[in-house]
Design a protein around this ligand. Sequence first.
Ligand SMILES: C[S@@+](CC[C@H](N)C(=O)[O-])C[C@H]1O[C@@H](n2cnc3c(N)ncnc32)[C@H](O)[C@@H]1O
Length: 274
Amino acid sequence: MMRRLPWPAPALLAWAGAWLVYAALQSTLGPLAAWLAACFLGVLASLLATPWWRRLAVAAGFPLSCLMLWGPGGLAAISPWLWLAALGLLALVYPLNAWRDAPLFPTPADALQGLADAAPLPDGAAVLDAGCGLGDGLRALRGQYPQARLNGMEWSWPLRWLCALRCPWARVRRADIWLADWSGYQMVYLFQRPESMGRAAVKAATELPEGAWLVSLDFALPGVEPSWQRQGPGRHSLWVYRMPLGGAGEAVVHVPEPEETPYEKALRELQERR
Ligand SMILES: C[S@@+](CC[C@H](N)C(=O)[O-])C[C@H]1O[C@@H](n2cnc3c(N)ncnc32)[C@H](O)[C@@H]1O
């Protein structure tokens, strides 16, 4: 069930569960044993989370909140107004729907090495970094395609402004990547989250023109074999798909029926119709 909940609900549930266990066991087992039991629950819950940074967030949430409350200079002493201001700032940088899709993880400078050879583009081709954050993905794309027309879309206002400052050569606007039209782009680059990839596959299959590319850092499209894929440098993997999805050189791989999401179903139906 935890795996099916939208992020960050699993983390909030795990942290609340750990606090409940701590409160319930404190009087019978004593504070230390209750604290250890609550930490153990957090670690158990973290095993259900992917990728690694969510696992870390789930496991570390309870001990970190204890540290914040009881640690040196106890943060509990801080005025509620400061907490409210910090929360307001967080909501501004990360509006809720961007939070659910992917938090801010920048593309490492060398993560797209070799992309221009694997997915060549003509000069002046329109390229979109969908969810461009602070612009690191745009910078890496520029390294590969210096002659391309680079575009960024970002949901968070402050990130959009900062990105435009860092990438004055790109056209950066605030937009929801799932509502925007992708049909004018020859390449869409994504660095989102595993759960978004079914949706991305359907959007690419219906909107991107023939010959265009969908490039994803770290997360594969479900049920579609990539035209090109490579591991590293570092721990990142790159997935490259040419349109139409499931066309020559891209075999549709088996999608187990019980696990099929609505997006995967829509993608399969599209491919079957073709
Ligand atoms: C993992 S970061 C990647 C940032 C950038 N593409 C890079 O690679 O450096 C994902 C970004 O997507 C943005 N995002 C998430 N959902 C979005 C949506 N529906 N519309 C626009 N931006 C979104 C987030 O705010 C975040 O900045």
